[in-house]
Design a protein around this ligand. Structure first.
Ligand code: NAD
Length: 256
């Protein structure tokens, strides 16, 4: 940690998915400020480039990558390009995700179930499957996977999203046990209601929509993406060396 309490990641290489806005962009920027070289991987190519530009504008080092995290070949190609450019991989934030429109379980169609499961859960498996061998080559690493408050608590109308996000925690804990002895730490982050493009779609940007979600937050406000980024950086840093397989809830009290 630096004297002002920030993580010190100089010389590390970080890979971030879902980084065109919201939590992913804030975390990619935080990795850059902490001194890591940052690979920014997202389906939205222009958004990835913009995040990389923002990191470089602050004096950091970044690589923009176009990658569909539901496709194994895409993920592998993005990681290969990261290693070609930066020489290896130390840190990963597997964060890409999509929301579920509020739907009672029986009314959820099968294609929607598959899409939500693929982006929110299969992607985390694929990312770790290709990241861990690269980290083993470096002698270790740290991975943080994005779950949710919906990964620790059932939410009406969110069956597929909850199933995927609970799944991320199970996958995180099992992978953490598989690799703890080989110096790879795998943890999950469970954000509460965070003010991001996803949440703006969910509330439809209306005062009523915002009031409805803020009412779920004992702290009386939405979280900021930077508040999640700070927790992710901690989980990736040396002071968290003994934190393994943890699902860290950062949610303003939403799921207490
Ligand atoms: P966001 O919509 O702003 O960002 C999601 C990112 O994922 C976007 O950059 C999008 O382009 C990318 N993405 C979507 N599908 C992809 C794919 N197939 N391949 C590659 N990239 C893809 O959302 P956010 O709120 O910043 O969410 C980030 C993560 O946090 C998600 O996993 C979300 O489920 C989770 N989360 C968000 C909240 C919240 O309140 N915002 C709460 C809990 C968990």
């Amino acid at each position: 940690m630096t004297r002002d309490g920030r993580a010190e990641l100089t010389g590390k290489v970080a890979f971030v998915t879902g980084a065109t806005g919201g939590i992913g962009r804030a975390t990619a920027l935080a990795f850059g400020r902490a001194g890591a070289s940052v690979a920014v991987a997202d389906l939205a190519e222009e958004g990835s480039r913009e995040t990389a530009r923002l990191i470089e504008a602050e004096g950091g080092t970044a690589l923009a990558l176009c990658c569909d995290v539901t496709r194994s070949d895409d993920v592998k190609a993005a990681l290969d390009r990261t290693v070609d450019r930066f020489g290896g991989l130390d840190l990963a934030f597997n964060n890409a995700g999509i929301e579920q429109p509020v739907t009672a379980m029986v009314d959820l169609d099968e294609a929607e179930w598959d899409r939500i499961a693929a982006v929110n859960l299969r992607s985390v498996f694929l990312c770790m499957k290709h990241q861990i061998p690269l980290m083993l080559e470096r002698g270790g690493g740290a991975i943080v996977n994005t779950s949710s408050g919906a990964g620790v608590k059932g939410i009406a109308g969110q069956a597929a999203y909850c199933a995927a996000k609970f799944g991320v925690i199970g996958l995180t804990k099992a992978a953490a046990l598989d690799y703890a002895a080989r110096n790879i730490r795998v943890n999950a982050i469970c954000p509460g209601i965070i003010d991001t493009p996803m949440m703006q779609r969910f509330t439809e940007g209306t005062p009523e929509g915002v009031a409805r979600v803020v009412a779920q937050e004992p702290v009386g406000r939405m979280g900021r993406p930077e508040e999640i980024a700070a927790a992710v950086l901690y989980l990736c840093s040396e002071p968290a060396a003994f934190v393994i397989g943890h699902a860290m809830v950062v949610d303003g009290g939403q799921t207490i």
